[in-house]
Design a protein around this ligand. Structure first.
Ligand code: ARG
Length: 479
């Protein structure tokens, strides 16, 4: 070849380059099931509408089933020269059944075909992800029940703020995941219109029954505008947006696992299954799975960014640009699925060091707000003033190098006469969390009630809040 620029694998020239850039079979082979299901529904509808003879339909349907079996048994040879999944399947169908294969593509185009296939694929992915989200929620709810009374520092600015219960913290993620599931369910509802029969872009002159193919494929309705049907990729964008937000949640949780499992925090221990040792530092346990979950948002959001840029400014209707929707979406949906599985595994195996959590929660004057609240509630001090008084209490404890619990009643009275013995009731972290009974607050009873509510919502079975064991966790060691 004279053009040196082509170099390497392209020495065979423009044909090879075109095949390389144009072919999608390298990735869209993943759509074989959806493609075949769409073709079978189409063939049945064509026969019903009198467009295809019954014998031809039967030959096509059993031929397509045979092709599917070959693909599943891995005896099928995909050909790049045949460009994409549609033509690979149809060409093999032709080899198997001959002439009737050529009648399948009546009243259809690859444009409505790919729009249909990919919708079906994304819909399946949403269903899988939704089930995985629920599984993670259930794992979190189970741990939340066990840890309803476990006290940990609640953070703002990653500074100890107020004591909370670990169960409450875990249920925060159950809430986030609940919204994620809602976003996927929403995307699924909008996605679920059938483009099949929009043909190339304008519809068709054949008397097709779009309602019939829509129903056969589990769609709620045929899409109402043929131009929109073949050019819309909102369903992928929405799904990737929902996936990105979900991945953000997983990433935040993963980051917490990384922090909590560090020697400095020592709140949790990830199981051996989800950590690795260092090749040169024998003391280390690295939270690799959590770190990778933390990172996956990069490629998931990357997929959304990539496709949103591809779609921007594309004139109606189909352009080949849209073929670029698949690789990124496959990768993003796979990554989210793997992240959910890893997170569910880590949550189930997590060892909690209740003693370390409690100790951290008690440090840093974390019950200062409770003193201020006590002054308001019991001594009728305006909150702003109470806040000021509490500041002086904290300063005194700090100066003595002791915790708030170490202050005597005389110490308190030296700051404000209105404080009496009853203040000691609110100084401990247990009392602090137990008092936070406002709706949505961290009190152990609230946590158990919320866990029961979620269990019922997720399993459909009525769940009674589990009883709190009196006396707390006692031993305070690793659960
Ligand atoms: N491989 C193509 C895609 O993924 C299928 C549709 C091709 N349509 C066409 N008019 N070339 O978008």
């Amino acid at each position: 070849m004279s053009n040196r620029m082509w170099g390497g694998r392209f020495t065979s020239g423009p044909d090879a380059i075109m095949e390389e850039i144009n072919a999608s079979i390298g990735f869209d082979h993943r759509l074989y099931r959806q493609d075949i299901a769409g073709s079978i529904a189409h063939a049945r509808m064509l026969a019903e509408a009198g467009i295809l003879a019954a014998e031809d339909r039967d030959a096509i349907v059993s031929g397509l089933e045979a092709v599917q079996a070959e693909i599943e048994q891995q005896t099928f040879t995909f050909s790049r020269a045949l460009e994409d999944i549609h033509m690979n399947v149809e060409s093999r169908l032709k080899e198997l059944i001959g002439e009737p294969a050529g009648r399948l593509h009546t009243a259809r185009s690859r444009n409505d075909q790919i729009a249909t296939d990919f919708r079906l694929y994304v819909r399946d992915a949403i269903d899988t992800l939704s089930a995985q989200i629920e599984a993670l929620q259930l794992a979190l709810v189970a741990r939340a029940e066990e840890e309803a009374e476990t006290i940990m520092p609640g953070f703002t600015h990653l500074q100890s703020a107020q004591p909370v219960t670990f169960g409450h913290h875990l249920l925060a993620y159950v809430e986030m995941l609940g919204r994620d599931a809602g976003r996927f369910a929403d995307a699924r509802r909008r996605l679920n219109g059938s483009p099949l029969g929009a043909a190339a872009l304008a519809g068709t002159s054949f008397p097709i029954d779009r309602q019939m193919t829509a129903e056969a494929l589990g769609f709620d309705r045929p899409s109402a505008n043929s131009l929109d049907a073949v050019s819309d990729r909102d369903f992928v964008l929405e799904t990737l947006a929902a996936a990105s937000i979900c991945a953000v949640h997983l990433s935040r949780f993963a980051e917490e696992l990384v922090i909590w499992s560090s020697a400095q925090f020592g709140f949790v221990r990830l199981s051996d299954k989800f950590s690795t040792g260092s090749s040169i530092m024998p003391q280390k346990r690295n939270p690799d799975a959590a770190e990778l979950v933390r990172a996956k948002i990069g490629r998931i959001l990357g997929a959304l960014t990539s496709l949103i840029v591809v779609m921007k400014g594309l004139p109606l209707t189909y352009s080949k640009d849209m073929q670029e929707d698949k690789e990124v979406a496959f990768d993003a949906l796979d990554s989210l699925s793997l992240s959910l599985a890893a997170m569910t595994g880590m949550v189930g195996d997590l060892e909690v060091n209740r003693e370390n959590m409690r100790e951290a929660a008690s440090s840093g004057f974390s019950t200062a707000t409770d003193i201020a609240d006590w002054l308001v509630r019991v001594a009728n001090v305006p909150f702003r003033e109470a806040h000021h008084i509490t500041g002086r209490v904290v300063a005194l404890a700090e100066q003595r190098g002791i915790g708030l619990e170490g202050l005597t009643i005389e110490d308190f009275k030296s700051i404000d006469e209105r404080i009496d013995n009853r203040i000691h009731k609110v100084l401990g972290v247990e009392n602090s969390v137990k008092s936070r009974t406002s709706y949505g607050g961290t009190a152990p009873d609230n946590v158990l009630a919320q866990a029961a509510r979620w269990k019922e919502a997720l399993t459909g079975e009525k769940a009674e809040p589990t009883q709190r064991k009196s006396g707390g966790h006692g031993d305070g060691g690793i659960a």
